[in-house]
Write a protein that binds this ligand. Sequence first.
Ligand code: SF4
Length: 394
Amino acid sequence: MGTCALYIHFPYCRHKCIYCDFYSITLLKSKKLFIQSLLKEIQLYKSTPPFHMNPFSTLYFGGGTPSLLSPEEFTLIFNTIKTTFQLDSEPEISIEANPGTVLEKNLFAYKKAGINRLTLGVQSFYDGELKTLTRIHSSKEAVKAVHSARQAGFDNLGFDLIFGIPGQSLLSWRETLNKAVDFNPQHISMYGLTYEADTPLTRAAEKGEMIKCDEELERDMYLTGIEFLEKAGYEHYEISNFALPGARSQHNQKYWDGSAYLGVGPSAHSYDGGHRWWNAADVENYINTLTRDQLPVEKKEKLSENQKLEEVILLGLRRVEGLNLAEWKQKSKHDLLQQAEKILNLLGGVETTVPPFISSKTGKLLTIVNQSLCLTREGLLLYDTICEKLLEII
Ligand code: SF4
């Protein structure tokens, strides 16, 4: 087993965005106790394989809004990680930042403390769209945060963008993309707005108070985004992710290539190569459990061979490298192409000359490149359906 990834979930936000279903709360009064509990959780994993022996090559502070951590709090957590685990010689250390909470002096201090990658939740450069999403920041604040990040010396900067926002037009989406690439961030993630169960956004849409973006328009926005970013020199390396050469997110790649990862903090998920487990999504429960020196794990399961194979399909097809058919045969003892012939025919057959993520003139959804099964651009739009069909046969 190679190096591992460490995810730290910081469960606080200034305000809960209307569409968000990540676990976070807005009452910050338990923050101090939470940090003490987090340090304890990290230490409780000191002897847990494979994390006790294999170094971490990526650390990712996500949330929630981890930019609400003071540099001193970050350093305290980072020092505990360093004294508990082995780190790779040059680990990627990322933090997500909400442009509405970014203080220039904190960015300098984060950089000095060792953070070398910053992801800004820009989402849109239109104030009206930010308002619809109930984000706490304006477009102007996002621009200011970008300048501050560059001033502080962050040369590995990522933006998160959202398309399919109610009221958003193809023109305003293009403008957001335009402004984004003007800042030359090393990484861009673009996600279609999703209507998760039990969010105020979904309830508003159900009551007719929010008009969903037309499906056809959302599809056009996704395809426009791909073309736009490719033209601007970004490599499309995963369904929703784009990077300048050499700037792929190392952390996300650890998830997609099946590496072991440890998640700490409420709601965080972990995987050790054979089991996965996750913490309860509840700060109070998290703090109380750790006060008793127990891990706040809500559920742990051993993955069956079939579940592991499912993961290989789900993760492989998300990436531009696709699903390696020779490796698949080795792992599953089956020839996926033979097994899947009927299904692949139902899905319209397979290309052999079209590179991954590129449009097939014949409209095929899958292509085989370098012995790997990959999605075409048409296939990117139907990832869920394709996976569903392929999973039926394993
Ligand atoms: S800032 Fe991020 S994590 Fe917090 S509520 Fe908004 S979308 Fe969710």
